[in-house]
Ligand binder design. Structure first.
Ligand SMILES: *Cc1c(COP(=O)(O)O)cnc(C)c1O
Length: 432
């Protein structure tokens, strides 16, 4: 049952997370509540940072993919862990700036950057832009020129890899709204045109093949294609990439069926291959970047709900309702994502009752997980959904005008609020 080493059960039969009783937290802060384990976030940052510095060039580094979970405190952690960040909007950039993050270590992504966002990112001194198309590079060039600066960029290249994950979270194949394909030769054209721009400094390339990938092979396949691209471009245009960003996508354990991942070992395998390829192509190893999001924060988070009503449909199915749902975790609704769900206040009782955990929205699809085995739940039990640190709060919505939950960080067994619970007043603050 314990899918991550920050989980345990105490003598009262309560779920413990990061050394703290989750039932006590639910009482103290109310529900729905997201708890985060700072030590786990830091552990993951350092696994990536150390493995990358040891196996690639010493200036190589992970960039935390902000879209997985963006709030001020997490950028402070990223800064103190000495890693970079990837941002995809003015909102994420602004949050990082407000946290005092050194923005030269930020990479600005997105396939639809607006003029205002581009200008805002430049004013915020974002170090690198990751560009998705030639049209975008030339817009960035024009804005950089008007602001009297030269902007460093990476070009997003689609290597044509299908990492066999869910279609909605697979992004490296040719038919994608992201990047420019090698297969169609448009990637070469993009490089040639970018090199001719006066206010762009081309630093190298980016690729991102998908998400929740457990094996190292898809990353090695991408690395192979990207190194060949670097070598080909060098032959064609005499330009050598200084940086190669291999994107994010390493998986995490949502359930016991998911394998354990040795991130450092995967990084070493990718590095061994890259070094081999570099000697084959007679290139020196570029600075390598990776953009883990999910694997930094997912198992550093869990969500607590209070159980509502139990609906038993005779001969068919049981539903336990909760005080949150797709508004704070839309991932089952979107992707049928698996999660481990437990009854946090009765961990030592037999899991002999099958029920579907249903959210509170007026939407049949508002389900957190189907057919979960747990002790027969009662109203006011505390239901914990594990591994919710990534793409939960970040994807939260105001559907049915439900306010967003509070986020509480646990550090050295101390708990403190990092995002306040939203109130109804917050939600209507923009309304006239
Ligand atoms: C989503 C995304 C990431 C992060 O992916 P994870 O699966 O969370 O590691 C990194 N880079 C880019 C460009 C992305 O779109």
């Amino acid at each position: 049952m314990m899918i991550c080493n920050n989980l345990s059960v105490n003598e009262c039969g309560h779920l413990m997370f990061a050394g703290i009783d989750t039932v006590t937290m639910a009482k103290k802060y109310g529900t729905p509540l997201m708890l985060m384990d700072e030590a786990k976030i830091r552990e993951k940052c350092s696994i990536y940072r150390n493995a990358m510095q040891e196996n690639f060039t010493p200036d190589s580094m992970p960039l935390f993919a902000s879209k997985a979970l963006s709030f001020k405190y997490i950028y402070k952690i990223a800064d103190s862990e000495n890693i970079g960040i990837d941002c995809v909007s003015a909102g994420e950039i602004y949050t990082a700036v407000k946290a005092g993050f050194p923005m030269e270590k930020a990479y600005f992504h997105g396939n639809s950057k607006t003029d205002d966002e581009i200008r805002f990112a430049m004013e915020s001194k974002v170090g690198h832009f990751v560009c998705d198309s030639i049209e975008e590079v030339s817009v960035i060039n024009d804005i950089a020129k008007s602001m009297g600066l030269t902007q460093k960029v990476l070009l997003r290249i689609t290597p044509g890899i299908d990492p066999h994950t869910h279609k909605k979270i697979s992004t490296g194949s040719v038919d994608s709204k992201f990047g420019v394909a090698i297969e169609t030769k448009q990637a070469y054209e993009l490089v040639e045109k970018t090199l001719a721009l006066s206010n762009i400094e081309l630093m190298g390339y980016h690729c991102h093949i998908g998400s929740q990938i457990f094996e190292h092979e898809p990353f090695c396949d991408a690395a192979k294609i990207m190194m060949k691209f670097i070598a080909d471009v060098q032959k064609m245009y005499g330009y050598t990439a200084k940086e190669l960003n291999l994107g994010g996508g390493m998986g995490v354990r949502y359930t016991e069926q998911d394998p354990e991942i040795d991130y450092a070992a995967n990084i070493k395998k990718i590095a061994d291959l890259l070094k081999e390829l570099c000697s084959e192509y007679n290139l020196s190893l570029p600075k390598i970047l990776m953009e883990p999001g999910r694997s930094i924060v997912a198992d550093a988070g869990l969500t607590l709900y209070t159980a509502g009503y139990l609906k038993e449909i005779t001969g068919l199915k049981n539903y336990i309702s909760i005080d949150g749902g797709m508004t704070d975790n839309p991932r089952f609704t979107l992707y049928q994502s698996p999660y481990t769900v437990v009854l946090a206040n009765r961990m030592n009782e037999a899991n002999d009752y099958c029920c579907t955990v249903a959210g509170r929205c007026c939407e049949s699809g508002d389900i957190i997980q189907e057919d979960v085995m747990m002790p027969k739940p009662k109203r006011n039990d505390i239901i914990a959904v594990l591994t919710t640190g990534a793409y939960n709060y970040a994807m939260a919505s105001h559907y049915n005008k439900v306010p967003k939950p509070a986020v509480v960080m646990i550090k050295n067994k101390e708990d403190f609020v990092v995002i306040q619970r939203e109130t109804i007043e917050h939600m209507i603050a923009t309304e006239v």
